[in-house]
Design a protein around this ligand. Structure first.
Ligand code: NDP
Length: 246
């Protein structure tokens, strides 16, 4: 398992699902994990990490609040003196066919899934440039690569994350900072449990490995991209989808 000893990681959307698994995985590797979610939601994740002997703290962070993101990163720098890993994982869906999609549902998805990642990246880049090292991993989606009827807002946000990833990767490549994305397929979490039965089964039937992914499958890929071993990999989009889209 990769070592994250001495590293400080911020994981957004760490209260459940994929974000929780990423936080736990990084902490198992020795990172000090700042687990972010709204209100006190990330506290259970932190308790689970501490119960395993890991280091973690919970912060209340709504990623749609730009100032709160900047303040959160400022707080991490004050408390820990560094930030090594940023995982932009917080995400939502507000599914609807384009013809019926409300502007609010477009805006909410773009704000949470894409603009928040941009803001968090801006906040961590300066300290990472100073450190001459950093790892940024954006949690995109197979839907950002393949598109999906009923998810134009979500697909646009996740495709946008890929463009953001590659562009920032180019900008900071000479500074020892890597920027990569993972594109999970159908992962068993609250988000996919909310998909109506028939649509869920239709998606599941498209998986060559014939099983849903687990949050740990995604966490392992994120941990690799966040590790020292991945130091020559940047601007990469790593699919974690059981072969569903190649
Ligand atoms: P869940 O719905 O299980 O968890 C979503 C997480 O995002 C929660 O921790 C939630 O925290 C957080 N979140 C949502 N809105 C905000 C906000 N405004 N501010 C802060 N945190 C917020 O989703 P998954 O674990 O399934 O998804 C995690 C990521 O993976 C998402 O970006 C999703 O798009 C992506 N993904 C998921 C796939 C899947 O099949 N499950 C497939 C491909 C990509 P809170 O406690 O505050 O609600």
């Amino acid at each position: 398992m990769s070592s994250f000893e001495g590293r400080v990681a911020l994981v957004t959307g760490a209260s459940r699902g994929i974000g929780r698994a990423i936080a736990m995985r990084l902490a198992r590797g020795g990172a000090t994990v700042v687990a972010a979610a709204r209100g006190a939601n990330a506290e259970e994740t932190v308790a689970a990490i501490r119960a395993e002997g890991g280091r973690a703290e919970a912060i209340a962070l709504d990623v749609t609040d730009t100032e709160a993101i900047t303040a959160a990163v400022g707080g991490i720098l004050e408390r820990h003196g560094r930030i090594d890993i940023l995982v932009n994982n917080a995400g939502i869906t507000r599914d609807q066919l384009v013809l019926r999609m409300k502007r609010d549902d477009w805006d909410a998805v773009l704000a949470t899934n894409l603009t928040a990642a941009f803001t968090a990246i801006q906040a961590v880049l300066r300290p990472m440039v100073k450190q001459r090292s950093g790892r940024i991993v954006n949690v995109s989606s197979v839907v950002g690569q393949a598109g999906n009827a009923g998810q134009a807002n979500y697909a646009a946000s996740k495709a946008g994350l890929i463009g953001l990833t590659k562009s920032v990767a180019l900008e900071v490549a000479s500074r020892g900072i890597t920027v990569n994305a993972v594109t999970p397929g159908l992962i068993d979490t609250d988000m996919t449990r909310a998909i109506p039965g028939a649509a869920h089964d239709e998606w599941a039937a498209k998986i060559p490995m014939q099983r849903l992914g687990t949050p740990d499958d995604v966490a392992a890929a994120v941990a690799f991209l966040a590790s020292e071993e991945a130091s020559y990999i940047t601007g990469h989009v790593l699919a974690v989808n059981g072969g569903m889209y190649m």
